[in-house]
Design a protein around this ligand. Structure first.
Ligand code: ADP
Ligand code: MG
Length: 355
């Protein structure tokens, strides 16, 4: 039997969300109709905040969401026996496969987002992810794979363009394609969780799956306020008040990594080199839905300080904050209007238009 909740074997504080929901205790003098629940599911810490709903409804909604996300985790797992691993076997054999209904939207969204990001978001590089050991629940400790093993995979250039999707029939023209939806699945799961809340009549909530966050409505008479974690230190670097329905996601090199002989190897891989992407250490984006924001934050992280603006434009993402290895912060004008810095960053911040 599968465990009810999938727990990544890492100490709890280490998987604490990249983005924190800031709840202003100063305003919590009277009893507030705020329901909060934390669950370990989907291989991460899931935080549910619901405002203004009947407590029993909120409880019912959060246990439903916990179960939904656990089901998605099982369906979309790229390396445990799952509908996705069975699909991957067929793809590498060049055989046509019927895409299960739970996976089809992920394939469709990924094809479009991969194309728009010029393949920097590339869920077809599952073999590379596995070679690096980042598919495991436990973090690898190194050494990194050999350059020859990495080149052997990158030169086969697996990409979403190798897929032929006709309705729900999928085939790959490149046997090196292995789908791993690690860079979009949590975002999409959050979207489905928000849809579930709305179905249940809940209009004010935040779903945060390990830093993949979507907020709807408000926290009473004020907006929800979200904190962006400092990538190289404790606490919150900046905060953002959400408007209506928004997704705020961060990809960082501090989420899953190991150090080997003084060098950091993290889990966001540049599909061109086969190595962890260099240049950025944290990318936060705001978008309408969490799946798009998830794929986009990964793509812009890979694009790095040189190319993120170009790729953001192609993806239609206007609100971006990128922090580079020297701690310099680049924000788009649209993002600059939204963020409030919680520590003094003024000498390090540059506002850069997308074009
Ligand atoms: P997180 O899971 O920490 O939110 P991301 O959304 O950036 O971070 O996703 C990273 C995961 O996505 C990796 O663990 C891996 O499974 C997969 N991945 C790594 N590099 C890429 C890439 N360039 N394109 C698509 N997926 C990737
Ligand atoms: Mg992502």
């Amino acid at each position: 039997m599968r465990p009810q909740l999938f727990i990544r074997k890492r100490p709890f504080p280490a998987i604490a969300a990249i983005i924190l929901v800031l709840l202003l205790s100063a305003c919590a003098k009277r009893e507030e109709p705020l329901y909060q629940q934390q669950l370990l599911t989907f291989g991460t810490l899931l935080e549910i905040s619901i405002w203004g709903a009947d407590k029993r409804l909120a409880q019912q909604a959060s246990s439903q969401i916990g179960a939904d996300l656990q089901q998605m985790h099982n369906d979309w797992h790229a390396w445990h026996d799952s509908p996705l691993t069975r699909m991957n076997q067929a793809l590498s054999a060049g055989a046509p496969v019927t895409v299960p209904a739970s996976i089809l939207p992920l394939v469709q969204k990924s094809v479009a987002l991969s194309r728009a990001s010029e393949g920097l978001f590339n869920p077809a590089i599952g073999r590379l992810i596995k070679l690096w050991g980042f598919e495991q629940d436990d973090l690898p400790s190194g050494p990194p794979p050999s350059p020859a093993a990495i080149t052997a995979l990158t030169k086969q250039q697996p990409g979403m363009n190798d897929l032929i999707l006709d309705g729900n029939q999928l085939r790959s023209t490149n046997p090196a394609v292995q789908l791993d939806f690690g860079a979009i699945a949590k975002g999409y799961g959050v979207d489905l969780a928000i849809a579930r809340l709305r179905e249940l009549g809940i209009q004010n909530a935040i779903i945060n799956a390990g830093g993949n966050l979507r907020a709807i409505g408000k926290h009473g008479d004020r907006p929800w306020r979200i904190g962006i974690r400092n990538p190289r230190g404790e606490g919150v670097l900046a905060s953002i008040e959400t408007r209506g329905d928004e997704s705020i996601l961060t990809s960082g090199d501090y989420e899953r990594f190991y150090d080997y002989q003084g060098k950091r190897y993290h889990h966001i891989i540049d599909p061109r080199s086969g190595y962890p992407a260099t240049g950025a250490i944290s990318v936060t984006v705001i978008a309408d839905d969490a799946a798009t924001a998830d794929a986009a934050s990964t793509a812009l992280f890979v694009a790095g300080p040189q190319r993120w603006r170009e790729i953001a434009k192609k993806l239609g993402i206007m609100q971006v904050m990128l922090i580079d290895g020297k701690g310099r912060v680049a924000v788009t004008p649209a993002m600059a209007k939204r963020v409030r810095y919680e520590i003094d960053l003024s000498p390090k911040v540059t506002v850069v238009p997308l074009s």
